[in-house]
Design a protein around this ligand. Structure first.
Ligand code: NAG
Ligand code: NAG
Ligand code: NAG
Ligand code: NAG
Ligand code: NAG
Length: 137
C-alpha cells in the first residue's frame, strides 16, 4: 500500500472512532462550500432541531427549527432524511464565516403535565445525540 493511502486510511479510522465514542468531530470548511452534518439520534417520538453554538461565548445558541424553515435566515438549510438510521441530517449551502461554530442535533418531546390541582402545563424535553460537529476554517 502506498504511504499516502495508508495515511488516508488511518485518517478514516480515526474519524470513525470519533463517531463511535461520540467525541467532537472537526470539519474544515471554506466559504461557498455545501456540507451535510450527520445526526446520530434517530427519531422516536418527538420533533427535531439542530442547535448551533457560536465560538463567541456570549452569543446565544441558534436553534435551527424545521418548522420555521420558511424564514429567510434559514434559507440555506435543508433537512436530509437518512432512512437507514432514521435521522435528520442538516445540509447547509454556501457556507460563510458566520456559520462557524459547534453543531448538534436534538429531539424535542412535548410533555403535558397535570398537577394535583388539575392545572395543565406543558414542557419541552430535549434529547441530545452524542455527536457534536465543530465547523472551523
Ligand atoms: C453548492 O451547491 C450549489 C447548488 O445548490 C452549486 O451551485 C454550487 O456550485 C455548490 N458549491 C460547491 C462548492 O460545491
Ligand atoms: C450515546 O452514548 C451512550 C453511552 O455510550 C449510549 O447509551 C446512547 O445510546 C448513545 N446515544 C445515541 C443517540 O447514540
Ligand atoms: C451550547 O450553549 C449553551 C448555552 O450557552 C450551553 O448550555 C450548552 O452546554 C452548549 N452546548 C455545547 C455542546 O457546548
Ligand atoms: C446514514 O446512517 C448510517 C447509519 O448510521 C450511516 O452509516 C450512513 O453513513 C448515513 N448515510 C448518510 C448519507 O448520511
Ligand atoms: C454565497 O454567499 C455570499 C455571501 O456570503 C454571496 O455573496 C453569494 O452571492 C452567495 N452565493 C450563492 C450562490 O447564493
Amino acid at each position: 500500500m502506498e504511504r499516502s493511502n495508508l495515511i488516508a486510511l488511518m485518517y478514516v479510522l480515526l474519524i470513525s472512532q470519533n463517531i463511535i465514542y461520540g467525541a467532537e468531530v472537526e470539519m474544515k470548511v471554506r466559504p461557498g462550500d455545501n456540507i451535510t452534518l450527520y445526526c446520530d439520534r434517530s427519531v422516536t417520538h418527538g420533533f427535531f432541531v439542530w442547535i448551533r453554538n457560536c465560538s463567541h461565548e456570549n452569543q446565544p445558541s441558534l436553534v435551527i427549527d424545521y418548522k420555521k424553515w420558511d424564514l429567510e435566515i434559514f434559507q440555506r438549510y435543508s433537512s436530509v432524511h437518512n432512512r437507514s438510521s432514521n435521522s435528520h441530517d442538516l445540509h447547509i449551502t454556501n457556507i460563510s464565516v458566520s456559520d462557524l461554530g459547534l453543531y448538534y442535533c436534538a429531539e424535542i418531546e412535548i410533555k403535558v403535565n397535570k398537577d394535583e390541582k388539575g392545572i395543565i402545563s406543558s414542557s419541552e424535553v430535549y434529547y441530545y445525540g452524542n455527536r457534536t460537529t465543530h465547523l472551523s476554517k
